[in-house]
Design a protein around this ligand. Structure first.
Ligand SMILES: Cc1cc2nc3c(=O)[nH]c(=O)nc-3n(C[C@H](O)[C@H](O)[C@H](O)COP(=O)(O)O)c2cc1C
Length: 313
């Protein structure tokens, strides 16, 4: 089994990834939130800086529909020491898709074909892809998959939802099944596909494995942020301990205090994590509400302290 941490803008940055590595460390690969311009800002440079990514297998991600942006970023990432990049064809955000990027690119297959041909011709790094299965209709998937399979992606991470699904409703497992069958037929390596979407519990994973016994690689997003102990549970190592979670949160807090100048912004970033993490607490909704209302870090600390007391052992 290979477990990946999903890229999540605003959450799985280097602070989160490093704290995760130090206190949980059950992840084989970490995917970074996307970069979309060669004019990297300070935050992005800090996120990709090798010294902030020690001890882990990290893959940066690019979101663009422009060849020169992709190649420019891939070149910079190579200079930073990275050995692979991931192409984002999944982002459903309206501002992204309106520009024909992310899952918006899936509506323009001739343009996507040309873009892929150009980037694969000269990319300084091998490329993997993270994709949705269409924009508005499942019927789009066979043509999208056929197009993607023309190119030598190192792996294909599939989130079986349409752009129009956003993150809501059930995933569409039939489309993943289609990809499994198609890639077997094309004699792709058995670890070519990676499944992503709604794996929140051991039971979810077991259902996935019973339907797809070959699903060796799984990317975890919201389920992992809600329960950082999920990878350990999937590996049969038991669930997370209160002390472990406390130390993990402490490290995130301390690191944010070092790099985020003001309390309001620090609180905002911590809140992004708690939006999901609160689900692991017996009175999660209440905890989240109190964190949302916290006006100072002192207040935040006392809410978290109290919440941790209610958390298992
Ligand atoms: C807040 C948030 C930020 C995300 N940022 C990214 C991103 O930068 N790149 C990307 O490929 N996917 C991004 N995603 C999508 C996740 O990587 C993942 O595909 C999605 O959450 C479905 O997996 P899950 O059900 O395990 O959460 C984001 C999702 C959320 C909720």
């Amino acid at each position: 089994m290979k477990l990946y941490m999903a890229p999540m803008e605003g959450i799985t940055n280097h602070v989160y990834r490093q704290a995760y590595l130090h206190h949980f460390g059950q992840i084989d690969r970490y995917y970074m939130p996307f970069l979309s311009s060669t004019g990297l800002n300070y935050k992005e440079i800090r996120d990709i800086a090798p010294e902030n990514n020690q001890g882990m297998d990290v893959i940066p991600q690019i979101l663009t529909n422009q060849t020169d942006v992709f190649l420019g970023l891939a070149g910079m990432l190579k200079d930073f020491g990275y050995s692979e990049v991931n192409l984002n064809l999944g982002c459903p955000s309206g501002t992204v898709t309106a520009k024909g990027r992310g899952s918006g690119f899936l509506r323009f297959l001739p343009e996507l074909d040309r873009f892929l041909e150009e980037i694969f011709a000269t990319s300084p790094l091998p490329i993997s892809v993270k994709t949705r299965i269409g924009y508005a209709d499942e019927a789009e998937w066979p043509a999208i998959l056929e197009l993607l399979m023309k190119y030598p992606f190192t792996e294909m991470i599939i989130h079986p939802r349409l752009r129009m699904d956003l993150y809501r409703g059930e995933v569409r497992p039939g489309t993943y099944e289609f990809a499994v069958e198609r890639t077997v037929k094309a004699e792709k390596a058995s670890d070519y596909l990676c499944y992503n979407g709604d794996i929140n519990t051991v039971e979810d994973y077991e259902i996935l494995r019973s339907r797809f016994p070959g699903a060796e690689k799984v990317m975890l997003g919201r389920g992992l942020i809600a329960n950082p102990g999920l990878p350990g549970e999937l590996r049969g190592d038991g669930s997370m301990k209160r002390e472990q979670l406390g130390a993990f949160l402490d490290e995130i807090y301390t690191e944010y205090r070092k790099i985020v100048p003001d309390e309001k912004n620090t609180l905002f970033r911590l809140l992004e994590i708690w939006t999901y993490l609160s689900r692991s607490f017996p009175e999660g909704e209440k905890v989240l509400k109190r964190i949302r209302k916290s006006k100072s870090l002192r207040e935040y600390e006392s809410v978290v302290c109290e919440a941790l007391r209610t958390f298992g052992d």
